[in-house]
Design a protein around this ligand. Structure first.
Ligand SMILES: [Zn+2]
Length: 395
């Protein structure tokens, strides 16, 4: 599909406007047709597209590219409007699938992440639900299953909802970092040094620098009152797989997960910082993970001056299997002489750590109270928490 943009006309524009109306982003009173009676991609449409992109964490450009179209297409479905089933090879994707997954999670069924994809795990959870309410366990969600969900959905709240993990944990948790658990994952280690660059008699390795960053971060966040766990020590006997790291983070009950890496490339010109969160190319994403990635990325860029290589959605096991907002940061390129010179400076690494601290703190601000990037004085985080504790009402 070609990109649809401002002043375009025709059937595709009509479809886009129809979806935006379903989503209440476009008031019905704004119908605009050109002289030939065709719908026009007018300024209201563009504003609505921008609002939609912002709500989905897409880049906000007001253009309906293929990526934005796929997200719009998925968003138009309301739970109950179609039968959901495990379709192979192309699974059904949509907001209705996400609503179903969230409802099942609320009721204590294990669908994994509410990722809006009707995969085998969702089908199994539906089948389990069907069996328990006396329906044929075909794993598809049609009218009968919907009725059962409507009957039971409200009553059975209070299980251990996995998906609400992300949003509820965050929003119910207040601003203080005290009593939050963060899992910091220094990449590589053991027999795997990661990116390695010789420097005279010295040898810089990604594993060592990532561990140094993790240690500094551990100290600072620990001082701010967080419970901090590292996934490995400075010289582990064997390296952990990404799957093991994710399981470890889950076992530790992490509220946030940050994996630290330093990139490398054959071309010494490659440089800059990039942050990755869970998501697929079709726009399915971990909203909270994406927010954490955006904050980490922006704070590091602003506070260190590293080149901005943006945030990206990935389906890596590390990000997919972790049950908390999770990001992986590639803090510069060890193979870039300019980045390397910065990275081997401990003061620079402290600035990276302060940037990540500011991002972690901002995760616990309600979005409407968020502050500009670079504005948090990380040395005051501890002081603020102390003041809150003192001013708490006496029992
Ligand atoms: Zn790495």
């Amino acid at each position: 599909m070609r990109t649809i943009r401002r002043n375009d006309r025709g059937g595709a524009v009509a479809e886009i406007r129809a979806v935006l109306r379903v989503l209440d982003l476009l008031p019905a009173s704004t119908a605009v047709t050109d002289a030939a009676g065709e719908p026009e991609f007018d300024e209201h449409t563009e504003l609505a597209v921008r609002a939609f992109q912002q709500s989905r964490g897409l880049s906000v450009d007001g253009l309906v590219s293929e990526e934005t179209w796929r997200a719009l297409d998925a968003a138009r479905w309301r739970l109950g409007a179609r039968t959901l089933y495990q379709s192979v090879p192309d699974p059904l994707i949509g907001d209705d699938v996400r609503q179903l997954q969230e409802r099942l999670l609320e009721m204590g069924y294990d669908v994994g992440r509410a990722d809006a994809i009707y995969g085998p795990r969702t089908a199994r959870a539906v089948a389990t639900f069907q069996r328990e309410v006396g329906l044929a366990p075909d794993g598809a969600c049609g009218p009968q299953t919907m009725n059962a969900l409507r009957r039971l959905g409200r009553k059975v709240v209070g299980g251990a909802p996995l998906a609400l993990r992300e949003i509820a944990k965050l929003h119910g948790s207040g601003r203080a970092l005290v009593d939050k658990t963060i899992v910091i994952d220094p990449g590589h280690g053991g027999t795997d040094p990661g990116v390695t660059v010789p420097d005279g008699l010295l040898r810089w390795t990604e594993a060592d620098l990532a561990f140094d960053l993790a240690r500094r971060l551990e100290g600072r966040l620990g001082a701010a009152g967080m419970r901090v766990h590292l996934t490995r020590g400075p010289a582990p006997e064997r390296e952990l797989t990404d799957r093991q790291r994710a399981h470890l983070a889950n076992e530790l009950g992490g509220d946030l997960f940050i994996s630290l890496h330093i990139d490398g490339h054959r071309n010494p010109e490659a440089h800059g910082v990039a942050t990755y969160h869970y998501g697929t190319e079709s726009g399915v994403t971990s909203t909270v993970g994406e927010r954490l990635a955006g904050l980490v990325q922006r704070e590091i860029v602003m506070r260190t001056g590293l080149h901005n290589c943006q945030t990206h959605a990935k389906t890596w096991e590390l990000l997919r299997l972790t049950r908390m907002p999770a990001v992986r940061v590639e803090v510069g390129y060890l193979t870039s002489p300019a980045d390397r010179e910065k990275l081997i400076d401990p003061l620079f690494r402290d600035r990276v750590v302060e940037a990540i601290m500011a991002a972690v703190q901002r995760m616990y601000y309600p979005v409407e109270d968020d502050v500009p990037t670079g504005s948090i004085d990380v040395s005051s985080i501890r002081a603020t928490i102390g003041a809150e504790a003192v001013s708490a009402p006496a029992p």
